[in-house]
Design a protein around this ligand. Structure first.
Ligand SMILES: NC(=O)c1ccc[n+]([C@@H]2O[C@H](COP(=O)([O-])OP(=O)(O)OC[C@H]3O[C@@H](n4cnc5c(N)ncnc54)[C@H](OP(=O)(O)O)[C@@H]3O)[C@@H](O)[C@H]2O)c1
Length: 495
């Protein structure tokens, strides 16, 4: 693949000793190095509070990369990268640290010929986003003539609309929108990128992609694990903020948006925002009737007995945080009027999967639809994770003398032949930041609309106390989630 843009840069990781850096970022960088996709003119400076020499830090990173990378550790590949990794310890609020950092970056610019280009990666708790941006600005590290200075912000981008707006203003005072990369790692997943290809590179689907032929669309993202070590974080989040406001809304927009006028970043983002604007307004009555929340109680995952959410580490024993959310939404435009979109996400559910099910309508009661009243609907399933692929169900004749019709299932699994052969989301996303391509990152107005939506729901939920726990670990969530579809004559597909 030939890339005609300048990829050279120094990646500055704030939070270089943290979990995200060890498990995801460094493995992604190594994977890029392994495939010879890193620019020659490249270096990394990691910052944390703990005190390490460059060599000590490099050795730790080698260990993590060995554990988490999808490619085997090869000394020749690693050694090339190893010497380009530097470590600095200072407190993010400490001015002197930035003076040292600036000096180091200037000297590395000369050494690696990186032309003053920077990728500042904020792999830190959200309370540090603002002080780091302010310090970068104060020390004139945010812009530089003829160089690109990009900033990558991890999720969560705010706790609600108000805090997200505040944060956005702060970042925008130092970096222009085109240099702000709000990461939603879901967008880096192979099958998410494939949604647009499936829709717009196949006449077969796009011509049927509307309320004339589609009965309903279901987006489900389920996990078997509970909050594990992240109880503290989850207590200020919950399923709606943690999954729906960002990841699932992004899936929804890609599945339901109109075709963009081109494949350029801004044209795609414009369509996503238009879609968010078309979601039917939800009133408090609608929310109470068509949105379900839940919290897991004790139960079994496989044969293992597990604790209730309220018994987890760093979780309040009276917590009212939801670990499950399901809802029905409508999109008010010509394409989707009348088609329900069912969304569901939760922890400690029966299986781990993220998938989009498109259920097609039945035909008129004629011919086979008249003769056989139990024909299965056509289904198209886009599997996002852990299995990546496409499942398609049509009706066919059962082989034999009797005239029976059976569902025929075509199952394409992209990552089955060679486990884990797909690029990690962070690999693609970091490479895109180097290229200056922000298509797979969220623009501010996307964030704004999704927070407005989430805030409306949370406001209603806050004022109505649920009776938790209301589902067993290892189940498919509260019974109200099934009833939400049952009363429409439908059910959740667990394909
Ligand atoms: N972990 C994931 O898989 C994941 C996934 C998606 C999003 N995120 C987001 O990514 C961010 C980082 O998460 P994480 O799990 O990596 O957190 P973490 O393990 O707690 O790491 C935090 C990092 O920040 C550094 N740090 C904290 N306070 C500092 C200060 N005052 N001065 C200098 N360094 C300081 C820590 O350095 P020391 O340890 O040396 O003190 C450490 O390197 C969060 O916003 C999180 O929501 C994480």
């Amino acid at each position: 693949m030939e890339i005609n843009v300048d990829l050279s840069c120094i990646m500055v990781i704030f939070g270089g000793t943290g979990d995200l850096t060890h498990r995801k970022l460094m493995s992604a960088i190594y994977n890029l190095a392994f495939q010879d996709m890193l620019p020659k003119n490249f270096a990394i400076v990691s910052i944390g509070r703990r005190i390490f020499t460059n060599d000590q830090y490099r050795n730790q990173i080698r260990e993590s990369v060995g554990k988490y990378s999808r490619f085997a550790m090869e000394d020749e590949k690693w050694n090339k990268l190893r010497n380009k990794i530097y470590y600095l310890d200072f407190d993010f609020r400490d001015n002197d640290g930035y003076v040292t950092l600036k000096k180091l970056l200037d000297s590395l610019d000369n050494k690696y010929n990186t032309n003053g280009n920077r990728m500042y990666y904020l792999a830190v708790a959200p309370e540090y986003f603002e002080p780091i941006v302010e310090k970068l600005k104060f020390h004139s590290m945010n812009t530089h003539e003829n160089s690109n200075r990009r900033i990558v912000i991890e999720k969560p981008f705010g706790r609600d609309l108000k805090s997200a707006m505040y944060l956005n203003e702060k970042i925008k005072s130092a970096f222009s929108e085109e240099n702000i990369y709000r990461i939603d790692h879901y967008l880096g997943k192979e099958m998410i990128q494939n949604i647009m290809v499936i829709r717009f590179a196949n006449v077969l689907f796009e011509s049927l992609w509307n309320n004339k032929y589609i009965d309903n669309i279901q987006i489900s993202s389920s996990e078997r694990v509970g909050v594990e070590t992240r109880g503290g974080y989850y207590e200020s989040s919950g399923a709606l903020k943690d999954m729906i406001q960002n990841h699932i809304f992004q899936l929804l927009s890609l599945v339901a948006m109109e075709p963009p006028i081109s494949l350029h970043t801004e044209d795609i983002r414009d369509e996503k925002v238009k879609l968010f604007k078309s979601i039917e307004k939800v009133t408090p009555e609608y929310i109470m009737e068509n949105m379900v929340r839940g919290q897991y109680g004790r139960g079994k995952i496989g044969s293992k007995e597990v604790l209730a959410y309220r018994e987890e580490n760093k979780v309040s024993p009276t917590s009212n945080i939801e670990t499950f959310a399901a809802m029905k939404l409508y999109i008010q435009n010509y394409r989707w009027a009348g088609v329900p979109f069912y969304i569901r996400t939760g922890k400690r559910l029966a299986s781990k999967s993220t998938e989009i099910v498109i259920q097609f309508k039945s035909a008129e009661k004629l011919l086979y639809f008249k003769e056989f009243d139990n024909l299965e609907p056509n289904l198209l399933v886009i599997r996002i994770q852990p299995q990546e692929g496409i499942f398609f169900q049509i009706n066919g004749k059962k082989p034999g003398v009797e005239s029976a019709i059976i569902p025929i299932q075509m199952n394409f699994c992209q990552n089955c032949p060679l486990e884990n052969n797909s690029p990690e989301a962070y690999e693609r996303l970091l490479f895109d930041v180097m290229k200056g391509d922000s298509t797979l990152f969220t623009r501010w107005d996307e964030v704004e609309y999704s927070w407005k939506f989430a805030d409306t729901i949370l406001e209603v939920w806050r004022n109505n106390h649920p009776n938790y726990p209301n589902y067993d670990s290892g189940s498919w969530g509260p019974k109200e989630s099934d009833e939400l579809l049952k009363r429409d004559g439908r059910f959740w597909w667990n394909v």
